[in-house]
Design a protein around this ligand. Structure first.
Ligand SMILES: Nc1ncnc2c1ncn2[C@@H]1O[C@H](COP(=O)(O)OP(=O)(O)OP(=O)(O)O)[C@@H](O)[C@H]1O
Ligand SMILES: [Mg+2]
Length: 363
């Protein structure tokens, strides 16, 4: 329930109205004059303020003005004396939400509060909708821009890469020149792969689906990374489920998903550790799914980082592009599949892929 700030110089009113409000579930804070009321407002930021108009020192009109200046969205209900119509009108012109007259009746108070609550709810809804739309717009804009940039960069890269490779392979090259050409060729290759990731993310590259055995694909990926894993002192434990039917997927892209996940795990285990890979065929689910869990005993991910790991270009690494998991999720989405991540700082991380693609041979 909402917090209410009640400002009135008369103690009996603070008591009776306070009691009524508390019995209706409000958290009530009270102030005996305008000055103190403003201080409490700044400290506690209550969404609703109930203030008397006629008070010694700073009166209710000034309280209203100041609060509306600091926080226009706050609902301020003023309490006027009987027959103070001018003050009531003045306060409404200053954007008070409502006024009630003294003696404060329960009925009038509850109607005013209900209206204030409704307006607050509408404002919250509008704010949430606005934020949602703004984010969606931004996502679309980023998608379109990166798409265009990627296309623009790809052409010159192809040219640079082609000449660098020709230079590197030229027989008459001096050793240092060959080295430089090699570096250029490697860096270009890195940029090309980044560009491909971006285009893949924006859905530009079509899938080439063929039948595939998931266990076999993962074994091949592990073999490919075997040298790096051993070098880093990382042991691998696998548990492959039997009887998983063949699935129709893009082999290269799905392979890339597992490579991205395992390389992340390797980065998290700088001082060695264990990489666990487990596949499971979940037949009870509709549709039937294949669950792949890849876990590491690395440093783990703190909560505020975990929220962002799928964001495009989010990376905590100096040399990371921050597209690994974004691309993985995109590839999986296009295979009607999902990816999730759980982590505990100091213990490790588990990435779970749930494949529910088309099965080539009907299970
Ligand atoms: N297994 C993991 N353990 C700890 N942190 C992880 C793990 N996997 C991902 N992260 C965190 O998530 C971030 C985003 O991962 P992602 O793969 O998208 O990008 P990256 O690895 O930083 O760069 P890239 O993969 O593009 O080279 C990483 O920078 C890292 O902070
Ligand atoms: Mg990565």
């Amino acid at each position: 329930m909402s917090k209410i700030l009640l400002i009135d110089d008369e103690e009996p009113i603070r008591k009776i109205v306070g009691l009524y409000l508390r019995s209706h579930g409000y958290e009530v804070i009270t102030a005996e004059d305008g000055q103190r009321g403003i201080e409490l407002f700044q400290r506690e930021s209550p969404p609703i303020v109930l203030t008397d108009i006629k008070m010694p020192g700073m009166d209710g009109i000034e309280v209203l003005e100041r609060i509306k200046q600091m926080s226009p969205a706050t609902e301020v209900i003023v309490i006027t004396g009987h027959g103070d119509m001018d003050l009531a009108i003045q306060s409404l012109q200053l954007n008070a939400s409502d006024f009630i007259t003294k003696p404060v009746g329960n009925e009038a108070l509850s109607v005013a509060l209900r209206r204030a609550e409704e307006r607050l709810a509408t404002k919250r809804l509008l704010k949430a909708t606005h934020e949602y739309l703004r984010k969606a717009e931004k996502r679309i804009a980023i998608g379109e821009i990166s798409d265009k940039i990627a296309h623009e960069i790809r052409t010159p890269l192809t040219v640079i890469g082609g000449f660098a490779r020709r230079l590197r392979n030229k027989a008459s090259m001096r050793l240092s020149e060959e080295k430089y050409a090699g570096i250029i060729a490697n860096e270009v290759a890195r940029l090309e792969s980044l560009i491909n990731d971006i285009l893949l993310y924006s859905g530009e590259i079509p899938l080439e689906k063929k039948e595939l055995n998931v266990n076999k694909l993962i074994s091949e990926v592990l073999l490919l990374l075997d040298k790096d894993l051993t070098q880093k002192g990382i042991s691998v434990s696998t548990s492959f489920a039997e009887g998983i039917p063949l699935i129709c997927v893009d082999r290269r892209k799905l392979g890339e998903v597992f490579i991205n996940i395992i390389i992340n795990a390797m980065h998290a285990m700088e001082k060695g550790g264990n990489l666990g890979v487990q596949t499971e065929y979940v037949q009870e689910k509709v549709p039937k799914t294949i669950k792949i869990a890849i876990s590491d005993t690395g440093k783990g991910i703190p909560g505020d980082v975990l929220e962002k790991v799928f964001d495009p270009f989010f990376s905590t690494k100096t040399a990371g592009s921050g597209l690994g998991l974004t691309v993985a999720r995109e590839i999986l989405k296009r295979h009607n599949s999902t990816i999730g991540i759980r982590s505990e700082v100091g213990k490790g991380t588990t990435v779970t892929v749930e494949l529910s693609p088309e099965f080539c041979v009907l299970p």
